[in-house]
Design a protein around this ligand. Structure first.
Ligand code: BEZ
Ligand code: FE
Length: 288
């Protein structure tokens, strides 16, 4: 018989025959914590109904280019916690951070040195880097997938009628020395999509929706652990209060201003331009 006192044990027992041991462990722990939470706050029927309504709206807000549940996980810090558990800081490796919900279309393959800016507005910028393994050996042929917001803080998929498709996205392959480089514009800080239930949650709790300016970088190659990370722009607002808790100080870099027409011409950019180098160290091992 069900009772409030033994609710978690009763429900957990119903999962006792689950064949997959990991699924059994996860479900049993989930029930223990969920029931303890309901008891802790003495959840009322009205609050339970509001929670169901919130989750229903979150589901209804999802489309092929909008993922409200990822946003919810992000603002609750769960995305960063899952990431931290599977990628503990190590000191030598480049730190990881959230993938976010905007990696929803494939980045177009581009040649090293190409521009990912299809729209032509923003402060021109050259990004360079090298991919190396934990022993310092360059990784040739690694994929470096980058995506970023524009100078107004929007991703292409948020403004499909205004921004060129695949704007500010690119898939690069490192050269023999593990090097990569591309031209872009300096991204701006931006609010995470806050016109849905997650935005309401932020407003109800007096939280702002902003993320500091960053470029997403995902590095993968056979025999390498895939790294999902960001390159943050030093000095951008919100470094200290990212709405999704994604900032790590090791990922913040100066985007120096270069006022030198010869160097600008060499980089294929107007003068002055901004310049950042992002060396990346990734662990060898099973991809993923
Ligand atoms: C992003 O950086 O693209 C992002 C991450 C989490 C939530 C919303 C956006
Ligand atoms: Fe982003």
């Amino acid at each position: 018989m069900f009772s409030a006192e033994h609710s978690a044990e009763t429900v957990a027992a119903s999962f006792a025959q689950t064949g997959d041991p990991r699924l059994r462990t996860v479900l049993t722990s989930l029930i223990e914590h969920l029931h303890a939470f309901v008891k802790d706050v003495a959840l009322t029927p009205e609050e339970w109904e509001a929670a169901i309504g919130f989750l229903t709206e979150a589901g209804q807000a999802c489309t092929s280019t909008r993922q409200e549940f990822v946003l919810l996980s992000d603002v609750l810090g769960v995305s960063m916690l899952v990431d931290a558990l599977s990628n503990p800081a190590d000191g030598e490796l480049t730190e990881s951070t959230v993938e976010g919900p905007f990696h929803v279309v494939a980045s177009p393959p581009r040649a090293l040195g190409d521009s990912i800016d299809e729209a032509g507005d923003g402060e021109p910028c050259l990004v360079t880097g090298r991919v190396a393994d934990e022993n310092g050996m360059p990784v040739a042929g690694a994929s470096v997938d980058v995506w970023q917001a524009n100078a107004d803080g929007f991703y292409d998929v948020q403004k499909p009628d205004e921004l060129p498709e695949r704007n500010l996205r690119g898939l690069f392959t490192t050269d023999d020395g593990g090097g990569f480089r591309f031209r872009t514009i300096v991204p701006r800080y931006y609010p995470i999509p806050d016109d849905g239930p997650v935005g309401r949650l932020l407003r109800a709790t007096s939280r702002h929706p902003y993320r500091p300016a960053h470029i997403h970088v995902e590095v993968s190659a056979p025999g390498l652990r895939t790294l999902t990370t960001h390159l943050f722009v030093a000095g951008t607002p919100y470094l200290g209060s990212d709405a999704v808790f994604g900032v790590k100080s090791s990922l913040v870099r100066e985007f120096a201003t270069v006022d030198d027409p010869d160097r600008a011409a060499g980089a294929g950019l107007p003068s002055p331009f901004r310049r950042v180098d992002f060396p990346i160290t990734v662990r060898r091992g099973v991809a993923g």
